[in-house]
Design a binder for this molecule. Structure first.
Ligand SMILES: [Zn+2]
Length: 264
């Protein structure tokens, strides 16, 4: 579906694309990727976390989805990034069953699974404990849009996902983490490809993308935005979000119907 000519506009702290059928954004990929390629992509995306300085030890995981087959894969749990090979990736279906792989999948697998099931356009998910974004999450602070760097990547304030209840933690911590993220995005009327990041209270960020590497790029952007936001708040503690018209302009020129950022 092609976007109408109706411009992006701001509602509250977030930007939206609008057309007659409702909220949506233009697809950027055709989704025709086979699972062997996904294995390679997910392995490379996990290894990309290290030079991007998003992880210490094994504190992060990336997954990627092949919508055509309904299969997806994720990093195995507790394996060093340097040792990963495409064959190590654990392949699962959308019921959460392991289809291929001998290693145990990431402990966050059920969070990823829920998000793939709830949002059928997500093609990749990254979860890290990158220090600046995690600082906002641990402080239970959403990440306001203070400048154009943020506006280029995120259509407004990066939301804070509520903390889980004791019952949710007891009944299935990782699954309910995904449920809370889904509730947050839907409650704010946000498309996870238009707002490809959330911060979970007391925990850390999750980012989304068209594919695995796209979600890693959004983690890099989020970490830089959080770092700059923290410095901006140190300089001006009462700083508010940037003006809406500038936020709209920067997001629209990169992601809007008449985007003109980059090469054709
Ligand atoms: Zn975590």
């Amino acid at each position: 579906m092609v976007l109408s000519a109706v411009p992006v506009f701001a509602r509250g702290r977030h930007l939206f694309f609008v057309e007659k059928a409702g909220w949506r954004v233009a697809p950027r990929h055709d989704g025709k990727v086979k699972i062997p390629e996904i294995r390679e992509q997910v392995c490379a995306a996990n290894q990309a976390l290290v030079p991007a300085d998003l992880v210490k030890l094994t504190w992060g995981n990336v997954s990627g989805m092949d919508r055509a087959s309904g299969l997806w894969c994720i990093k195995p749990s507790g394996v060093d990034y340097a040792d990963l090979t495409p064959a190590d990736m654990v392949v699962l279906d959308l019921e959460g069953q392991v289809v291929e792989g001998t290693l145990r999948p990431s402990s966050d697998t059920l969070t990823h699974l829920h998000l793939y099931r709830e949002f059928d356009r997500i093609g990749g998910i990254t979860h890290t404990h990158s220090p600046y974004a995690t600082s906002f999450a641990q402080a239970c602070r959403e990440l306001p849009c203070f400048g154009t760097t943020h506006a280029d990547h995120f259509c407004g304030t990066v939301p804070l996902v509520r903390a889980l209840t004791p019952e949710e933690v007891e009944a299935g911590y990782e699954h309910h983490t995904g449920v809370a993220i889904g509730e947050c995005l839907r409650g704010l009327g946000l498309d996870p490809l238009e707002m490809p990041a959330v911060l979970q209270a007391h925990h850390a960020p999750f980012t989304f993308g068209h594919d695995a590497m796209d979600s890693v790029k959004n983690s890099i952007a989020l970490e830089m935005c959080a770092r700059m936001a923290l410095h901006a708040l140190q300089l001006t503690p009462a700083l508010g979000s940037m003006p809406g018209h500038l936020l709209e302009k920067h997001h629209q020129r990169k992601h809007g119907p008449a985007a003109y950022y980059g090469q054709k």
